[in-house]
Design a protein. Structure first.
Lengths: 426, 208
């Protein structure tokens, strides 16, 4: 047995876009919507609560009225019959199988979702009502108008049986708490957040999804609202891991006032599906890695943890740190390549440190920069370098490699602001 | 319940064939110290070790106490940067130690490089010994190599291998006015577990 709610005059002032589905879901979790004008749902088990189909239809109509919907309501034995009755019979209708066929037989054939060509053919044949259409022989109809005609003919008799096609609606993964007493302690807040996150994760898990990010909203005692966006580089489904990440976020920037209400919403994402090879080297568990990086970010700062990346530029420091990126894991070992010569590495001074450089005949003779100082015993340069002259980031400098008596070899440079220590060879 | 047998794992090659021929690589599941004065060539050794780990497909971490890491030079040395997490600690030794601790506790890393090279020797002694015991226990029974670069040995009895890097000579070419820095010859000697013979390696700067 199915019920259909069909809007007669669009949405009223009290209604909204989701009112129809909300109304249907008040009776059954499975509902079929046809784009906002009507909704059909199963009411088979409601006889235990409401009794006769007429009473069920009455309860549905009352609920629709409470939602602010001006609608016809029909209850019948199959989906299409319920839809047909709700569309064309005002008020509340509840009919059994035989009654439905009799009731709809007087309706025009245009009440069925027939293609215009078929409607034109039926008009030529002089078939105007559903009763006349249902009386035509099924085999002859199928031969002349196509095999799908059999379904339309059964629909015209109110006898087409088909399952509900569940309405695809955007799922909401949100949980919240209104607190009687405001929370002032971090531990209590984390406890309450854990409950919300468990609820959200259970819903995500039931839908086969994971959290791609979290929207955290804390209503504070002074009436203000603390909203935070917790970005997750990879989808996570573990409430425990999410809670630890949220805790780090809150510890980093605690709310200014006590918390009166909590709301947590997860942005759903497809969970990771990773099949590791048997012969790949071990790698950090993604959840643990994300949690580890979150802890380190809280310790040293958001922009100081990430994966290094080279930039296509001639700048002396052609790299950057990409803060939110996770390192590649479980990568196959590279095939052995040609033997690389040992390169002498540089240790940068970040940012380049101002240096005092004494020159003799235009060449550095003595260098002092921070704790490094000494007489220059050998120097190579100047190496002139410039770049980005076409933009605001224009730079130009003269570089020197200088060896100090103590054993260090430094890279120093001079620009328009003076001498600087760029780094040391090590 | 019987005694546990420690997992024997192949050591991680240093990436410098002359050194690997002598010591066979650095032990996994242990702390390895790379010790030397600034300019000795210790960073070159560490980056070769990092390159060796990333070329094996392993995920690595570089805990950069003094913000000295040069990704361009590392890439030129063969390091796959996409497999490296870089943490810049801005000179805070305590942050560096905690970050390294988080990495070794997380597990799964092939190499965790803790660069204390920017810390003056007088401050290295302030690092409390329990840190090193904790590191030793955390990496034990795992394939992780915790490589510590510093001016002086800091991990004391907690490290299983220690490489001493010393500069032998600086290489220059050309005469005054047309000189070119060609690199350094440095000497690597294993102090732990078995003191071994020294190996001399030539390292040249990367020319862009």
């Amino acid at each position: 047995m199915y019920a259909c709610i069909h809007l007669t005059s669009g949405l009223t002032s009290g209604g909204d876009e989701g009112a129809l589905l909300r109304c249907a879901e008040g009776f059954s979790p499975a509902a079929e919507s046809d784009g906002g004008q009507s909704v059909v749902f199963g009411v088979s088990g409601l006889g235990v609560i409401y009794g006769e189909p007429e009473r069920i239809a009455g309860a549905v109509a009352e609920r629709a009225r409470q939602e602010g919907l001006a609608a016809n309501v029909a209850v019948s034995w199959n989906v299409e019959a319920a839809k047909l009755l709700a569309r064309h019979f005002p008020g509340v209708t509840a009919l059994g199988p035989g009654e439905t066929e009799a009731a709809v037989s007087a309706l025009e054939v245009g009440a069925l979702p027939l293609p215009p060509a078929v409607l034109g053919t039926l008009a030529l044949w002089g078939v105007r009502t559903l009763g006349e259409f249902a009386a035509l022989p099924e085999a002859g109809l199928a031969r002349r108008l196509g095999p799908e005609t059999a379904g339309w003919r059964r629909m015209a008799r109110g006898a087409l049986e088909r399952p509900l096609v569940g309405a695809a609606r955007p799922a909401e993964f949100r949980a919240g708490l209104e607190l009687e007493d405001p929370i002032e302690l971090l531990e209590a807040l984390v406890f309450a957040l854990g409950r919300c996150l468990s609820e959200v994760c259970a819903r995500l898990w039931a839908s086969g999804l994971a959290a791609g990010g979290l929207d955290l909203r804390l209503s504070l005692g002074d009436g203000s609202c603390d909203e935070r966006l917790v970005e997750l580089p990879l989808p996570l489904g573990s409430a425990r891991t999410l809670l630890r990440i949220v805790r780090l976020e809150i510890e980093k920037r605690p709310p200014d006032n006590c918390v009166r209400a909590i709301s947590v919403a997860a942005r759903p994402a497809e969970p990771r599906r990773l099949q590791r090879g048997l012969f790949l080297p071990g790698a950090p568990e993604p959840e643990r890695l994300e949690l580890t990086l979150a802890k380190i970010r809280a310790l040293v700062g958001e922009d100081r943890v990430g994966v290094p990346e080279l930039i296509d530029t001639h700048h002396p420091r052609p790299f950057r740190l990409v803060p939110g990126r996770l390192p590649e894991v479980a990568r196959a070992p590279a095939p052995p390549g040609p033997r690389r010569p040992c390169l002498l590495s540089t240790r940068h001074v970040s940012p380049p440190e101002a240096a005092e450089v004494a020159t003799e005949a235009g060449r550095p003779a003595r260098v002092k920069a921070g704790r490094i100082s000494g007489k220059v015993i050998a120097a190579a340069g100047p190496w002139k370098a410039a770049g980005d002259w076409w933009g605001a980031g224009r730079w130009e400098r003269e570089e020197w490699d200088v060896a100090l008596a103590g054993g260090s070899v430094l890279r120093i440079f001079s620009d328009e602001t003076g001498w600087h220590l760029d780094g040391t060879y090590d | 319940m019987g005694l546990r047998r420690s997992a024997r794992r192949a050591p991680l090659p240093t990436g410098i064939p002359e050194v690997d021929a002598v010591i066979g690589g650095v032990p996994r599941g242990a702390i390895t110290e790379i010790v030397g004065r600034e300019g000795a060539g210790r960073t070159s050794v560490l980056l070769r070790l990092l390159a060796s780990a990333t070329s094996g497909g392993e995920t690595c971490a570089y805990v950069d106490t003094g913000d000295v890491f040069d990704p361009a030079g590392a890439a030129a040395s063969g390091v796959a940067l996409s497999q490296v997490v870089w943490v810049r600690c801005g000179g805070e030794v305590s942050h560096a130690l905690r970050a390294a601790d988080y990495f070794v506790q997380a597990g799964g890393f092939g190499l965790v490089a803790l660069d204390l090279g920017a810390v003056p020797p007088c401050r290295l002694g302030n690092i409390r010994t329990p840190y090193w015991h904790r590191f030793r226990l955390a990496v034990g029974e795992t394939p992780t190599v915790l490589a510590v670069l510093s001016a002086e040995a800091v991990a004391r009895g907690c490290s299983r291998a220690r490489l001493l890097v010393r500069q032998k000579r600086r290489l220059w070419s050309g005469e005054q006015g047309g000189r070119l820095f060609r690199g350094i010859d440095f000497e690597i000697s294993a102090l732990k577990p078995d003191p071994g013979g020294a190996v001399t390696v030539t390292a040249s700067p990367h020319l862009w």
